[in-house]
Design a protein around this ligand. Structure first.
Ligand code: NAI
Length: 352
């Protein structure tokens, strides 16, 4: 006998930490849904058989985007909300997964850190809504600078008394996707997604560390190509910012990457085993994260994490088995990350 929506809600309420039951019916929310990333990401969510209900939230244009997507003959029931008429509450109530690509993107000459001033407040406002209306939801933060917006999200959730580190993810998948793609030029692999390359650290410039030595299957990078390849993964976003010439940063590849992470998380939450993805998490709250936090001196770090029904499962410590070159990259990443993390934490603890 299929359960009614009412009965499912009752079961959900009894399973606050997330469980198999929570994900029989999946409600996803995209916050910032009308933007360059938000629209194609919403399209991918609407087309996914893993999502039963999709709510779009933005300060502009969501009724139009939702009406457009509603003509697609997939299963997800779709609705669009603006801040008026309690729109945020309506969008978020009952959500199982919230994906946040809200905020301004880079223009040429800007670093991700330059976005902090505006995006910090946007992310904090949205997280406050999540804390109030769907505190048990998975939260995927795309808005930059991820190195700071994830600590902002965590501190905001802590203040509200609903922080679950296993359910908060900084989306660094685009760095993984770029590493897979760029290494293809060297390996000649026909399907680049078949090469698994852990990318660790943070999500900006030198804080991004691809570990080609841990690629599976093994990849041989010629010495004379290594530095350029690492630089391209770290600064690949700049190629897009430059080519778009003032019209923004990566949107389509980011929507692909964000959806890929969300899809894998949903599959894992429905019981599929063996799904491991690098993601920027609060290490002390993750199984196996303490050791990595101690070694790096960073509470937040992107590491490969096994995904499961409660969200982030065991974190893999990638630090023990790295080359001398990778060790230097990790040192530089840690240096940059510490300041970014501190800035996010301070924003919430001692508001400007
Ligand atoms: P965009 O400007 O095209 O879209 C942003 C959307 O957010 C707009 O529709 C805007 O109305 C909305 N928005 C602004 N304030 C809001 C609020 N308070 N509540 C709800 N919606 C709000 O920007 P784009 O290109 O989609 O980028 C979005 C963010 O994603 C930027 O911060 C960008 O830096 C970041 N990004 C992250 C990547 C990653 O790998 N994690 C990769 C590429 C971009």
């Amino acid at each position: 006998e299929p359960l009614s929506k009412y009965e499912l809600e009752g079961l959900k309420a009894q399973e606050p930490q997330g469980s198999f039951l929570t994900f029989i019916m999946v409600k996803a929310v995209v916050l910032g849904a009308s933007g360059g990333i938000g629209q194609p990401l919403s399209l991918l969510c609407k087309a996914s058989p893993l999502i039963d209900e999709l709510a779009l939230y933005d300060v502009v244009n969501t009724p139009g985007v939702a009406a457009d997507l509603s003509h697609i003959s997939s299963i997800a029931k779709i609705s669009g909300y603006l801040p008026k008429d309690d729109g945020m509450k309506q969008a978020l109530t009952g959500a199982d997964i919230c994906i946040i690509p809200a905020g301004i993107p880079r223009k040429p000459g800007m670093t991700r850190d330059d976005l902090f001033k505006i995006n910090a407040g946007i992310v904090q406002g949205l997280i406050k809504g999540i804390a109030e209306f769907c505190p048990n939801s998975f939260i995927l933060v795309i808005s930059n600078p991820v190195n700071s917006t994830v600590p902002i999200a965590a501190e905001t959730l802590k203040q509200a008394g609903v922080f679950n580190p296993k359910k908060l993810f900084g989306v660094t998948t685009l760095d993984v996707v770029r590493a897979e793609t760029f290494v293809q030029d060297i390996t000649g692999e026909r399907d680049p997604s078949k090469t698994v390359i852990p990318v660790i650290g943070g999500h900006s410039g030198e804080t991004i560390v691809p570990l080609f030595s841990q690629a599976k299957p093994t990849v041989e990078i010629p010495q004379d190509k290594y530095d350029d390849l690492v630089h391209r993964v770290q600064f690949g976003g700049d190629e897009v910012v430059k080519a778009k010439d003032g019209a923004g940063s990566a949107t389509l590849s980011m929507a692909y990457a964000g959806f890929r992470f969300a899809e894998r998380l949903l599959k894992a939450s429905k019981g599929e085993g063996g799904i491991v993805e690098p993601t920027f998490v609060y290490l002390p709250g993750i199984d196996g994260g303490d050791v990595i936090a101690k070694e790096t001196g960073c509470d937040y770090f992107s590491v490969p994490v096994e995904l499961g029904p409660s969200g982030a499962g065991k974190a893999t410590n990638p630090l023990g088995n790295v080359t001398e070159k990778e060790k230097k990259l990790i040192e530089a990443a840690i240096k940059g990350l510490k300041g970014n993390i501190e800035k996010g934490v301070e924003f919430v603890k001692n508001p400007p």
